[in-house]
Design a protein around this ligand. Structure first.
Ligand SMILES: *Cc1c(COP(=O)(O)O)cnc(C)c1O
Length: 233
């Protein structure tokens, strides 16, 4: 068995335990395998293990991977999630290749994605990235900008607004992790008063998956625990 297959099984069982602990159904938490910087062969191993949802952070690398797998057919369609920072001049390849974008942090980015989404493709699923820690240096909308941004983006024809995403400040202890994720879940609950169709909370990575599930995450984005440490050299 490949180590990637073992790692995926391990992460799925961790999600199951975390869900069980807080009385949630394990099926309500989707695993997104974050394959950024990892080779095609690693994604092939994950697919062979029955996993079909991948997250990428860098436009060119992500598009190359989407194109590589586009010609093959699999028992299930592969879904590609863009989760990295977005420059406004790089929106077109994202709009043309991905199924989801988790990192929309400005209305302008959403408008471009909607305009550039090809008519023959399904609408692009959108999550608004929230800066829950309120740091000026971090990307993401501030809490007070979210409602207005959601109202505008929900009107855009080639997008479907699905929910919120955050990358909280790194915290080692469970209680601080839980507090940050709970903030995002509360914001989503507030947003649902005017946008009841929202169904997705993208939160939790390799180091804070348990707290994210406890706070109501519906997509955990897991890289290191599946593919091993990344080498940026
Ligand atoms: C890299 C990355 C992840 C995966 O992080 P790990 O700690 O390796 O699980 C998740 N989300 C985003 C936005 C990332 O950039």
């Amino acid at each position: 068995m490949s180590s990637i297959k073992q790692n995926i099984e391990q992460v799925i069982s961790q999600i199951g335990l975390a869900a069980e602990k807080c009385g949630r159904n394990a099926d309500s938490v989707q695993l997104l395998a974050v394959s950024k910087t990892k080779p095609i062969a690693a994604i092939e191993d994950a697919i062979a293990a029955g996993h079909y949802a991948f997250g990428e952070n860098y436009v060119q690398e992500g598009v190359e991977k989407v194109q590589h797998f586009a010609s093959d057919s699999y028992p299930q369609p592969i879904t590609w999630h863009f989760i990295g920072p977005i420059q406004s001049n790089k929106t077109r390849p994202i709009a043309e290749h991905f199924d989801w974008v988790h990192s929309v942090d400005r209305v302008k980015i959403a408008r471009r994605l909607s305009e550039q989404r090809p008519a023959e493709m399904a609408p692009l699923n959108i999550l608004l990235q929230v800066n829950t820690s309120g740091e000026a240096s971090k990307s993401g909308l501030d809490n007070d900008e979210i409602l207005a941004a959601a109202d505008e983006i929900a009107q855009m024809p080639n997008l479907v607004l699905r929910g919120l995403m955050s990358i909280p400040q790194k915290a080692e202890d469970y209680d601080s992790q839980l507090a940050a994720f709970t903030q995002l879940a509360e914001l989503q609950a507030k947003l649902k008063e005017t946008h009841p169709q929202l169904d997705t909370l993208s939160m939790g990575m390799s180091g804070d998956l348990d707290a994210a599930v406890a706070a109501g995450s519906t997509i955990v984005r897991i890289g290191t625990a599946i593919f091993g440490a990344r080498d940026y050299s």
